[in-house]
Design a protein around this ligand. Structure first.
Ligand SMILES: [Zn+2]
Ligand SMILES: [Zn+2]
Length: 343
């Protein structure tokens, strides 16, 4: 089969022939229908701390068709999306971490970030059946591939303790910021305002249901938010992940406000605890998702409350993936780009 392989920092992904994976007991072999390109994939290839090993096939946001099954619940022809974290052998019989730790369980294995567990930038991929989520008829592969970033949003909102009717600020309108915005609305937020410097991304946020959008370069954030909602942001989801954002949100938050750290800052960052203490802010870090977040998103997709296609700005074949991947390192207007290995 063909796969796009990471061969070292500073080098574009390379299209290589790889042996077809084989499904052992408890495994599923999927024909990859669509796989999303994620910011984490870009980070992993450029941040030295990550130590991504050459030979890794990236790609953890995919859906496809079962072509071989080592599990009695699954048959060839079944359609599935994948939860990228596989539980450890001890937790697997329970379906996911027995202690409810989801992605933070020390025993989980991440897919698509090491040569040992190749991901979905390939024609075929092997997953554990415990990672598979059955796609109901009527839920397409596009939505299937988008469940993962949407589940990040679902998890962030679930962990935030958001009260119904809350005034919410989301910083950044990339795929994760948009996912958080959509999930916060579906979970009963009163107003969800998105702050984003890119005009095209702001437009998309508005189209996807943001109460209002703010250009942080055009007016002071606090004033623009208050004008849109009638008060300060009692809950902030930081989805940009660059140095300085947390301190900026500590300044923007009202007393007893909450900040949920969703964006992954890969560098050292500085903040002034005293200001956060004076306001008794609740600073909460979140990681990924659990199976329940995926199933909640899937229910919303099935009910027609989330239109996955609204997130997708491009679909490319494997041959075009290396060039597209490099282009995504530069700021642009793309939101979610999907890879279709059959193209
Ligand atoms: Zn991702
Ligand atoms: Zn566990």
């Amino acid at each position: 089969m063909r796969a796009a392989v990471f061969e070292g920092p500073g080098r574009p992904l390379a299209l290589r022939a790889r042996p077809d994976p084989v499904a052992g007991p408890g495994d599923l072999l999927l024909d990859v229908a669509l796989c999303g390109i994620c910011g984490s994939d870009l980070h992993a290839t450029e941040v030295p701390d990550y130590r991504l090993q050459p030979g890794t096939v990236l790609g953890h946001e995919f859906a496809g068709t079962v072509i071989a099954s080592g599990h009695p619940d699954w048959r060839p022809g079944d359609r599935a999306a994948c939860i990228p974290f596989a539980p450890c052998a001890e937790c697997e019989p329970a379906g996911e971490c027995r202690r409810g730790l989801a992605a933070t369980c020390p025993g989980v294995t991440g897919l698509g970030f090491s040569p040992q567990v190749p991901g979905g930038y390939a024609e075929r991929v092997r997953i554990r059946a415990s990672q598979a989520l059955r796609l109901p008829a009527g839920v397409g592969f596009e939505a299937g591939a988008l469940l993962e970033p949407l589940a990040v949003g679902a998890h962030a909102v679930a962990m935030s303790g958001m009260r119904p009717g809350a005034r919410v600020l989301v910083t950044g309108a990339g795929p994760i910021g948009l996912a958080v915005m959509v999930m916060a609305r579906l979970a009963g937020a009163g107003a969800v305002v998105v702050s984003e410097p890119g005009a095209a991304r702001r437009d998309r946020a508005a189209r996807l249901g943001a109460t209002a959008v703010i250009d942080p370069g055009a007016a002071p954030l606090e004033a623009a938010f208050a004008e849109a909602t009638g008060g300060p942001p009692e809950l902030i989801f930081e989805c940009v992940g660059v140095p300085g954002m947390l301190q900026r949100m500590i300044e923007a938050a009202p007393p007893r406000g909450g900040i949920v750290v969703v964006g992954v800052c890969m560098e050292e960052d500085r903040l002034r605890p005293r200001m956060a203490i004076r306001k008794e802010l609740n600073l909460r870090f979140v990681l990924a998702y659990g199976r329940a977040d995926f199933t909640r998103v899937l229910r919303h997709v099935e009910a027609g409350e989330i239109r996955a296609a609204d997130f997708v700005t491009d679909i490319v074949g494997l041959a075009a993936l290396p060039e597209t991947f490099e282009a995504l390192r530069r700021p642009g207007t793309q939101v979610k780009v999907l890879v279709d290995p059959a193209r």
